[in-house]
Design a protein around this ligand. Structure first.
Ligand code: ADP
Ligand code: MG
Length: 252
């Protein structure tokens, strides 16, 4: 028996993504989805939830910190995704910390640990209440921005990751890189959250013959025979489309 057989790999429903992942994402894993601003993290993460609902009748939970649901909903309509409609039908659960909730959190920021617990407990409660198998946290950086004690964040994140594993809730944790456009594609840096994650997916802009291209790379996915290449992808009217056949070749 290979390692893969025990992983319970589930297809995401995003064609090229499943191909380069080597089948899909292992159930219950906490996976970091990283990249600079505008590269396509939110699009891929939301698409993961949408495909779960439409293809597998698998409801999901979206936790949004920066963009209010109304703004996300407006953008997603361009891809033909009706977030509000799916929410009303009970197929998509949403925790929107972007506006009012964030105000509460900032008031509570004097009690940093208490407020970190407040956020993580709300997420865990919602995962348990809804019984979802797919979770997106967009972005996870907010934890580091609001709560400065790195040790507390790591400890709490470790606890949450363990609970999500027990709940068999596969999580895409969006992480926005500070440098917008990765310059050294050969040496992508790892962050604290990466080391806690079972998997790391990197989205990046690359400058190829003076033209910016988007690329996706599976940096880490323990036990999976995933692609080791950087694959070009584009954002279309239907969301993200990955070119699995023509990985990017660098002449170095
Ligand atoms: N309908 C569309 N067709 C093509 N590209 C789009 C479309 N809608 C948005 N985009 C592109 O997607 C980008 C935003 O992607 P997003 O997933 O929000 O990035 P991130 O979350 O990484 O900041 C925009 O900057 C734009 O280039
Ligand atoms: Mg985003």
């Amino acid at each position: 028996m290979g390692i893969n057989s025990s992983l319970n790999v589930k297809p995401t429903g995003i064609d090229g993504f499943d191909t380069i992942l080597g089948g899909g994402l292992p159930a219950g894993w906490f996976i970091a989805l990283r990249g600079g601003a505008g590269v396509g993290k939110t699009t891929l993460a939301v698409q993961y939830l949408i495909e779960g609902i439409l293809k597998y009748n698998d409801p999901g939970l979206l936790v949004t910190f920066n963009e209010p649901l109304a703004a996300l909903d407006a953008v997603c309509r361009n891809y033909g995704w009706d977030l509000k409609g799916l929410k009303e039908m009970g197929e998509l659960a949403v925790l929107d910390f972007s506006s009012t909730e964030m105000g509460i959190m900032q008031q509570a920021s004097r009690l940093r640990e208490a407020s970190l617990d407040y956020v993580t407990q709300k997420i865990i409660d919602e995962v348990r209440r809804t019984g979802v198998n797919r979770l997106v946290i967009d972005p996870l950086n907010t934890f580091s921005l609001l709560f400065r004690d790195l040790f507390e964040i790591r400890k709490e994140l470790h606890r949450v990751i363990g609970i999500l594993w027990e709940e068999k809730c596969t999580t895409l944790a969006v992480y926005e890189n500070t440098d917008d456009h990765a310059t050294n594609v050969h040496n992508p840096e790892f962050s604290t959250e990466d080391f806690l994650s079972y998997g790391v997916i990197n989205l990046q802009y690359m400058l190829i013959n003076s033209i910016r291209e988007r690329g996706i790379e599976i940096l880490k996915m323990r036990g999976l025979n995933h692609s080791k290449r950087i694959h070009p992808f584009s954002i279309t009217d239907h969301g993200i489309e990955i070119d699995v056949k023509n990985p990017i070749v660098f002449n170095d």
